[in-house]
Design a protein around this ligand. Sequence first.
Ligand code: FAD
Length: 606
Amino acid sequence: TVTAKDVAQANDYFEHFLNATSLKNILGYYRSICEHLNLKPNHFPLFYPKLKSYLTSWRAKALWKKFDARAVHKCYGKGKLCTSSRVLIIGAGPCGLRTAIEAQLLGAKVVVVEKRDRLSRHNVLHLWPFVIEDLRALGAKKFFGKFCAGAIDHISIRQLQCILLKVVLLLGVEVHTEVSFERLVEPDPIEKTGWKAEFKPSTHPVSQFEFDVVIGADGKRNTLQGFKRKEFRGKLAIAITANFINKRTEAEARVEEISGVAFIFNQKFFKELYEATGIDLENIVYYKDETHYFVMTAKKPSLIEKGVIKQDLADTERLLSLENVNREALMDYAIEAANFSTHYQMPDLEFAVNHYGQPDVAMFDFTSMYAAENASKVLERNGDKLLMILVGDSLLEPFWPTGSGCARGFLSSLDAAWAIRSWCSGTMTPLDVLAERESIYRLLGQTTPDNLNKEWKSYTLEPATRYPNLNKNMVMPLQTVGLFDSDDPKSVEKLRRNSLDVAPVEVPKKRRRGNVDNEVLLSWIGEQDGKVLCAILNHYRPDLVDYGAVKGEGPAKMNQLAIDIFEREIGISPIMTGEEITTTSDYLAMATYLTQVYDSFRCEIP
Ligand code: FAD
């Protein structure tokens, strides 16, 4: 039982939770809230409504309003679409956490493991407009009042993780820190256990967790085995990041930021910098955030000239190895570049301290960048299927100075959640799910803020709301057979045979194969008194049409009503009026229209 005193205490802890800025405190206050309310992280519909009923401060209510607005969206099916799914997420970086939110809203049981014990990355991420909108809608400002105020479009990695972690916890996701994923453990037919994983420490209770979806969100290194990576080898690119303490003085407040886009082509500036200091850069970005954050791409000869790199070695790994870098010289190099590019307006730059208690300056090699060849795979052992999906840096490594990492990462998180949704739908085969995921992945590397849909507020899991040029059938199910790894050859063969059929497997064969005469089809549609389109709508989206109220209307009117709703709510442009449909002999036009209707609903669960 929960007493009034418990509730009051939980509300107190909640205020601390909202203000907490360290991993330990966030998790500590959360645990106290849960203990007082007798709650345990659980499926969304079993956790969130209870938590919400107890925490009633105005700050809490403001957050619930945000979460409720999100959770009612049709793509989550009232948090019940994926209740049979259990999702393991490896890594609590921004993309792992962002995926956890979506999987939780879909109703899955979600567990996140994170190997670190602190959120300590000062480095600052550039946020594309849709990411800002997305985070606002998740209540970012309620946790961090300064979030993207005014023209600011960036955030420190640690602050972003803090915000997302709090959202994840309040929705009921289970999070374990200081737990490192090691490898998958195959189902055991004797013990009758499903897919599990091995962790460090090996005795951690999470090793008993059985799951049917695993998300690799552990960053560039990607510990989830089985994904091939392709390398993009460019010319030598050495990036330096540096964080200086923001003492928030008036002088610091006056210094202008340097956005990458503005400076990347400014040759005059780089020439002057080189002449004045001997520092030779290809670009530099400066964001004033919790720290003064600089990221620059430096040319190797100047690093050698300035004594940062001790010895010129052909192998980049050895070139930038600890033994070959003079840290003092690197610090001087970063300070000089920072000072020159901000016109010496911050004379007392002092390094912030990094994870290891050292001045926060680092050098990274971007000569080789990696992307996973595929975004998804399915493993099957002893009849147990496991959907594996990569997101964020594990999927596609970003080049930091251009600041695409977080945005493309978030897109991949939403896409991964869409794949989980398809996986749970029961209407798609594993190859259908893989084909759809791979089709969408083909777009990711080309996305920019300009070629994404500009209606950021309308973004959902549904990829069509985000990618205007989406073709979900770019990769056909048959092409993904290689991504389905099974110990049962019959299972692969069955899927292969199914994919040879064009239509989805749930449609009975005789309907798919029947040779319906065009005229028969059209006259059948005409004879339905306009009910067909409304009936389809009513079947898949009963929330959009009051079928009982309209079914007495004439055919032209009912058709028109459906056409209008399809256009407004689903985005299908009309090709004829409701009246025209009742008499049309244009089979092709009608088929085109119905194909779009079919495509919109083929993954939908009524
Ligand atoms: P990450 O943010 O890398 O998160 C992965 C998480 O997984 C980490 O918390 C890690 O501890 C955890 N993890 C790893 N292995 C395991 C395991 N086996 N088990 C459990 N947990 C595990 N981008 C920029 O645009 N500008 C920058 O200046 C910049 N600096 C960066 C500095 C560092 C040190 C790193 C690692 C990344 C940086 N990035 C930067 C990249 C940026 O952080 C990512 O693009 C963004 O955070 C999205 O990444 P993610 O969630 O996919 O992965």
